[in-house]
Design a protein around this ligand. Structure first.
Ligand SMILES: NC(=O)c1ccc[n+]([C@@H]2O[C@H](COP(=O)([O-])OP(=O)(O)OC[C@H]3O[C@@H](n4cnc5c(N)ncnc54)[C@H](O)[C@@H]3O)[C@@H](O)[C@H]2O)c1
Ligand SMILES: O=C(O)[C@H](O)COP(=O)(O)O
Length: 395
């Protein structure tokens, strides 16, 4: 039985996939798996029995990834599952920044009891007028799942689009319309774009990247959109740029005491992925990833361990082993199997940084102490024996 703790509400279309081998629990201490959205896990005590965490979303800066890697806790996310929801909010953000649509709606509410509201509205409308986004230049920083969708959709709205992503994946590059102008220097984005939108993860190297110096390089009157994380932007600098008029509008999905008080900012309550479709996609992907890992040891879409996928279990069972990425680990493990007369049907072992993970399919019954013998190897941190008769399932 696997106990799953849910730290945020998760769409039931996902959790309904759990079979009778799973039970939801309120008690993190007894959980073998966690489902989470944006709840911060940095302050939580992670129990020894915790095997995996699935983030039903994209950003994982709410999860202590290094600590999890050290403990052999696999962290998954749901790449691309909410990208369309975010793309639509970014488009809405650009349109809300181009004219004072919100000001116009507010004016109507405030004047709703005026008998001659129709006439007054015709006079007032000049206060909310603006420009069109067609023909303007958009800069997209980060061309992953969301950035690529935003870039392509904006081309279709008649914008000129420049994109910057020094680490773009092959899949990302394929998904990008060839009319998106790729640049290798962020300064080209800053110097040329009327709208700039950022879609990179918050991590060392991106946190605070939109600072005073970056803003100074942008065009006067630029609109800056941030649906990625508030940490990416030095928001005191952004507040000053909004005050001076250097930045026309800051559109952000992240409320905090600084952003909520900015002049000319349009701030949303972290709404971009809150659509029925995105929530369903994320929940289904996160639950499938957990089940595939818990029942078959396969790691697909992890952010702290390499992809390690042997498919359905072949043979009588599968051994899953977390170990340090140091010489002779595989030699020592296979020697123990040899000494115990166990034949290997299939195996893989993948490393990422300091840590590695291996799966070995075997064709005979496990002896009870096999896991202990492998665990006793210096550098091995976690071993699971998965019997095919219990868990062999195709995902
Ligand atoms: N507001 C929301 O509700 C919401 C929803 C989903 C994602 N997000 C945020 O958006 C981020 C991006 O999501 P995604 O699904 O597109 O992720 P993704 O992993 O598909 O794409 C991220 C892209 O950023 C690129 N990148 C990394 N460092 C970079 C740098 N220094 N400069 C330029 N590009 C860089 C990567 O190469 C990758 O292509 C997430 O990490 C998350 O923080 C927010
Ligand atoms: O990184 C993400 O996927 C988004 O920020 C969405 O977060 P949420 O799941 O809390 O809406």
């Amino acid at each position: 039985m696997f106990k799953v703790a849910r730290l945020n509400p998760i769409a039931s279309i996902g959790t309904d996939l759990f079979t009778g081998k799973y039970e939801m629990t309120e008690n993190l201490a007894e959980a073998s798996a966690v489902l989470v959205r944006s709840a911060s896990m940095h302050e939580l005590e992670l129990p020894d029995g915790l095997l995996a965490i699935a983030r039903a979303g994209a950003g994982v800066n709410n999860i202590p990834l290094d600590e999890c890697a050290k403990k052999g806790i696999v962290v998954f996310n749901a790449p691309g599952a909410n990208a369309n929801g975010v793309k639509e909010m970014v488009l809405a953000g650009m349109l809300l920044a181009a004219r004072d649509i919100y000001g116009g709606i507010t004016w109507i509410r405030e004047n709703k009891d005026e008998a001659d509201i129709a006439k007054l509205a015709e006079k007032a409308k000049k206060n909310f007028a603006g420009t069109e986004i067609q023909g303007k230049t958009l800069g997209v920083i980060g061309l992953g799942a969301i950035g690529a969708l935003v870039a392509n959709a904006s081309l279709n709205l008649g914008m000129r689009v420049m994109g910057y992503d020094p680490y773009i994946s092959v899949e990302g590059a394929w998904s990008l319309d060839h009319h998106v102008q790729r640049v290798n220097n962020l300064d080209d984005i800053y110097a040329n774009c009327d709208y700039i939108t950022i879609h990179v993860p918050a991590m060392d190297g991106t946190i605070g990247m939109i600072d005073e110096a970056a803003i100074a390089k942008m065009k006067d009157g630029v609109v800056f959109l941030n649906f990625a994380r508030d940490l990416l932007v030095k928001e005191e600098a952004m507040a000053a740029a909004l005050e001076s008029g250097k930045v026309h509008r800051y559109v952000s999905d992240f409320a905090n005491p600084v952003s909520a008080n900015m002049k000319n900012a349009i701030i949303f309550p972290h709404l971009a992925a809150s659509t029925a479709e995105s929530e369903d996609n994320c929940a289904v992907m996160a639950v499938r990833e957990l089940m595939n890992y818990l029942e078959a040891g396969n790691i697909v879409n992890s952010v702290n361990f390499p992809r390690t996928d042997l498919g359905p279990i072949r043979g009588t069972g599968r051994i899953s082993i977390f170990h340090k990425n140091i010489p002779n680990m595989i030699g020592q493990i296979t020697a123990i199997l040899y000494e115990n007369g166990i034949n290997i049907e299939n195996m893989t072992d993948k490393s990422r940084g300091e840590y590695a993970y291996g799966l070995i399919d075997v064709d005979c019954e496990f002896s009870a102490d096999l896991a202990d013998k492998i665990r006793a190897i210096d550098g091995v941190s976690r071993v699971r024996l998965i019997e095919a008769k219990n868990f062999c399932k195709k995902f």
